[in-house]
Design a protein around this ligand. Structure first.
Ligand code: DX5
Ligand code: ZN
Length: 231
């Protein structure tokens, strides 16, 4: 699939979500929707009814990141509603294999997220159940936090595990991803990048998405100057 950018609407205007999704829809591959329940994380955002509404108004697929205490109960409903990708947290799921399989059975991409202090190695045998692995590069809960460099070695190890098993599995990073940090993430092996404040804090969000994508692509294919690739 190559490099993909998923702008997080956590940093958009919550009174104009459809408009703000539209603003990036030509440049972005996904739109990232952070569902927070004030239990798994201290913050509270939105839930299934709003995602269902956004699905009717978004021309790009929705990437749902569930930061909720009971993903086993709720995740399949997001997939059934039509989300293109549904991510559950390893720290919250009590039956991750069952839940991931239910997400896939409902037609969405199944994804597992690991908070910064959660090691990837215990999940090695689960990688075949996943379409995407999300490695958080901030503590989940809020936008605009500082990127945690300490996660970079884990990104590298995760990429090695994926390569070793020859899996078609996307590796997403989320938190503090910006023009300053995206190259480090891409170099370590990430290929799907969530960015909230770096996109919606910019004067031109679509341009910010294109810029982030170009930086990541330049890092993984330095031999191909931007705009002069062989396609
Ligand atoms: C944080 C969320 C992120 C958040 C990222 O818990 O999962 O998706 O929107 O925001 P930035 O890019 O501003 O760090
Ligand atoms: Zn997120």
């Amino acid at each position: 699939m190559g490099i993909q950018i998923s702008p997080s609407i956590l940093s958009a205007d919550f009174a104009h979500l459809a408009r703000d999704i539209e603003a990036v829809s030509d440049a972005a591959d996904w739109v990232h929707v952070d569902v927070m329940d004030n239990h798994f994380v201290p913050n509270l955002t939105l839930g299934l009814p709003i995602v269902e509404s956004l699905l009717k108004h978004s021309s790009i697929p929705i990437d749902c990141h569930l930061m909720i205490a009971d993903p086993d109960r709720w995740a399949p409903a997001y997939a059934e509603a039509g989300a293109g990708s549904v991510t559950i947290h390893a720290e919250a799921a009590k039956a991750p294999i069952r839940t991931l399989r239910m997400i896939r059975a409902a037609g969405a991409r199944a994804s597992l997220a690991l908070s910064p202090a959660t090691p990837v190695e215990p999940y090695e045998d689960l990688l075949g159940e996943l379409d995407m692995l999300l490695l958080m590069t901030v503590e989940p809960g809020f936008g605009g936090q500082k990127f945690l460099d300490v996660v970079l070695p884990k990104i590298r190890r995760a990429r090695e595990l994926i390569k070793g098993r020859d899996l078609d599995l996307w590796l997403q990073v989320d938190g503090g991803v910006s023009a300053e940090t995206i190259e480090r993430c891409a170099e370590a092996g990430a290929d799907v990048f969530v960015a909230g404040s770096a996109v919606y804090g910019a004067e031109d969000p679509a341009e910010a998405v294109r810029n982030l994508k170009a930086l990541a692509e330049k890092t993984v294919r330095p031999e191909r100057p931007i705009g002069f690739g062989r396609g």
